[in-house]
Design a protein around this ligand. Structure first.
Ligand SMILES: [Zn+2]
Ligand SMILES: [Zn+2]
Length: 133
C-alpha cells in the first residue's frame, strides 16, 4: 500500500498493488500543466486508487485527457484518459509520501522533450547551491 497526497494535505490518497509502469513524461501538456520540465507518472488500474481525503479538481487538458489537482495548493495528482487508456490512472509519482519507493523505468514523449534536458545529467551539480563568490 502506497500513500500520498498534495503539498497542503487537503487531498490524500492510497494505491494498492504494483505499478504497471513508471515513466518520466516530457510532453508539452505535462510541462505546461506542472510548470516543470518533466513529470513522473506511475500507472495503475483505476480500481487500485482510492482518494481518502478531499476532492481533487478536474481539468480537461485535452479532448479526452483529464488532469486532477488539489484546488487549494495546485499540486498535480492524477491523469485519466478514458479514450486512450480506459480503466487506467496515472499518478504523479512525486506525490507519493515516499517518492523513492517506485523507481522510474523510462522516459516517454521524448519527441517533445526540451533540447537541454537531454544532457541535464551532465550539468554541474551541488549538494545545495553553488558557492558564493
Ligand atoms: Zn493541496
Ligand atoms: Zn505528458
Amino acid at each position: 500500500m502506497i500513500t500520498g497526497g498534495c503539498h497542503c494535505g487537503a487531498i490524500r490518497y492510497q494505491v494498492e498493488g504494483e505499478a504497471i509502469v513508471h515513466a518520466l513524461c516530457h510532453c508539452g501538456d505535462c510541462r505546461r500543466h506542472s510548470g516543470a520540465p518533466m513529470v513522473g507518472w506511475a500507472m495503475y488500474p483505476e480500481a487500485a486508487l482510492k482518494v481518502t481525503k478531499g476532492t481533487p479538481k478536474v481539468y480537461a487538458s485535452s479532448q479526452h485527457g483529464r488532469r486532477q489537482f488539489c484546488p487549494d495548493c495546485g499540486t498535480g495528482l492524477f491523469y485519466v484518459n478514458a479514450e486512450m487508456l480506459p480503466s487506467i490512472v496515472d499518478i504523479q509519482s512525486a506525490t507519493f509520501d515516499d517518492p523513492e519507493i517506485v523507481p522510474a523505468q523510462a522516459h516517454v514523449q521524448v519527441a517533445e522533450r526540451l533540447k537541454w534536458m537531454e544532457r541535464a545529467n551532465e550539468l554541474p551539480m551541488f549538494q545545495r547551491y553553488p558557492p558564493q563568490t
